[in-house]
Design a protein around this ligand. Structure first.
Ligand code: UDP
Ligand code: MG
Length: 318
């Protein structure tokens, strides 16, 4: 084990890596912690890997390279890095020098104030206005819906205790939601303002389109944190609601039909009323939703693993 693992996912960042390593080394050698820097080459097609190999040669005690077979995306690159990181504390950073290594000691200080995850908050963000606006909407929405109030979920710069990393499962683009997933597991999550720089060299890999993908991931996260362990509580109640609407509409139309059949009043035939179709559809949809919930419960039953049901903070023995 080492004290710190600095984890850096990268895609085509050849002109940033030497300077990043230099700045990280300057900060880390003057700190009391032992450390490693884990670079994950996420399928770069430029000279990033060659540059990394050069860094490994100069600094074999600290540098580790994980070369992925192809571009898997940032979240998966981070998973690969976490699996290869030995640190008690894990610091994630982007490779483009937008995050400042000089902020690492401050982030560690905040972690040691009784926290398990510290998220950097780019208070004065050095990105295009369009990106900043979409990001602001995203952050507000996530804060309100997910129940974890942060200004900047998407910042690549975060400091985790190893136990947090072990407890969360990352796929799709879930790296943005680690604070939500960690808080849901009972970890203490906080944020700290940091300076932010324009990208040093190379090009951004993300446009505003990621925000749209982010909203889909938000639905996924809300589902994971609320209903993953009891799917019937979502689909069952939805189904009961929709089915009840169907029953009400059908009772209403059955009454109309009866009045017409008995000739008690002049009523138009019910078969052509759009609401009649809604009533029939609601019955079918309601039953389908309940069935989906029950299928979910079946999957839950047969995939049950006691160790997935909780996260231990500490085991106390005499
Ligand atoms: N990145 C990666 N794999 C990808 C896309 C991006 O490893 O498929 C890395 C990228 O090299 C950088 C970090 O993720 O280190 C953040 O990307 P970028 O700086 O392009 O995002 P932005 O800051 O523009 O949001
Ligand atoms: Mg960047």
């Amino acid at each position: 084990m080492v004290d710190l693992s600095i984890v850096i996912p990268l895609l085509n960042e050849e002109d940033n890596l030497r300077l990043l390593h230099e700045r990280l080394t300057a900060v880390l050698t003057s700190s009391p912690h032992s450390y490693e820097i884990v670079f994950v080459d996420d399928g770069s097609t430029d000279n990033s890997l060659k540059v990394l190999q050069g860094l490994l040669e100069c600094d074999p005690d600290h540098v580790k390279i994980v070369e992925l077979q192809r571009n898997f995306g940032k979240t998966t690159a981070m998973v690969a890095a976490f699996q290869n990181a030995r640190g008690n504390i894990i610091v994630t950073m982007d490779a483009d020098l937008q995050d400042d290594p000089n902020e690492i000691p401050g982030m560690l200080e905040t972690l040691n104030e009784g926290n398990d995850l510290v998220v950097a908050w780019r208070k004065e963000r050095m990105d295009k206005a369009k990106k900043k606006l979409s990001s602001r909407i995203f952050n507000k929405t996530v804060s309100n819906l997910a129940g974890v109030s942060l200004h900047d979920f998407n910042c690549g710069f975060k400091v985790y205790r190893h136990t947090v990393i072990k407890s969360i499962r990352l796929y799709s683009d879930l790296h943005r939601f680690t604070p939500v997933l960690a808080a849901w597991n009972g970890f203490r999550v906080t944020e700290r303002p940091v300076v932010h720089h324009p990208r040093h060299a190379g090009e951004s890999k993300y446009g505003t389109g990621r925000v749209l993908r982010g909203f889909m991931d938000l639905i996924m996260v809300l589902f994971i944190t609320r209903f993953l362990r009891q799917p019937l509580r979502l689909f069952g109640w939805l189904g009961v609601g929709v089915f009840s609407l169907g029953v009400l509409l059908n009772v209403y139309f059955a009454t109309l039909w009866l009045i017409r059949f008995l000739g008690l009043a002049a009523i138009a035939p019910i078969g052509t009323r759009p609401l009649f179709s809604v009533g029939i559809l609601s019955l079918i949809l309601g039953i389908q939703l309940i069935s989906i919930g029950l299928l979910g419960e079946m999957i839950r039953y047969f995939t049950y693993r006691p160790s997935d049901e909780y996260v231990i903070r500490k085991v106390w023995t005499a």
